[in-house]
Write a protein that binds this ligand. Structure first.
Ligand code: ZN
Length: 135
């Protein structure tokens, strides 16, 4: 089974609201950590305290940010297959199937439905209108 993060139809920039939400939470988390470090180190002077606090923040949040922006568990997963018969228009072509998104999971679907690029775009629009979060 081959998983692609973005089929060609979704290459345009879209905001993944799960990542965006986590990123906003991460900013909230960084404030008390950096403020706390700053208070503990204030006797070293404001400049040194800020440098050390930012260094500690960087050491922690580099990894948090990397997870937020690159984790596959936060991304919609698509299965791409060659020579499928499109579920909607019966055309034989490369097919796409949304396997998993934030609030959608067809990982173990008994009869996976593949669609050609055109029908997949229509279906994606339909799923978005139903509230499925597809980046
Ligand atoms: Zn089709």
């Amino acid at each position: 089974m081959e998983f692609n993060i973005f089929p060609p139809i979704l290459l345009f920039m879209q905001v993944n609201f799960t990542r965006y939400g986590l990123y906003l939470l991460r900013w909230q988390a960084s404030t008390p950590i950096l403020a706390g470090v700053g208070i503990i180190l204030i006797s070293m002077g404001q400049v040194v305290s800020a440098i050390v606090a930012n260094l500690i923040g960087g050491l922690i949040f580099f990894w948090v940010d990397r997870f937020i922006f690159t984790s596959q568990t936060l991304a919609a997963q698509w299965e791409v297959k060659e020579n499928i018969v499109c579920t909607d228009c019966r055309k034989v072509s490369r097919g796409y199937r949304l396997v998993r998104a934030d609030n959608y999971d067809r990982t173990d679907h008994e009869k996976p439905e593949f669609r050609c690029e055109e029908c997949s775009q229509k279906k994606t629009k339909e799923l978005r209108e139903r509230g499925i979060k597809i980046e």
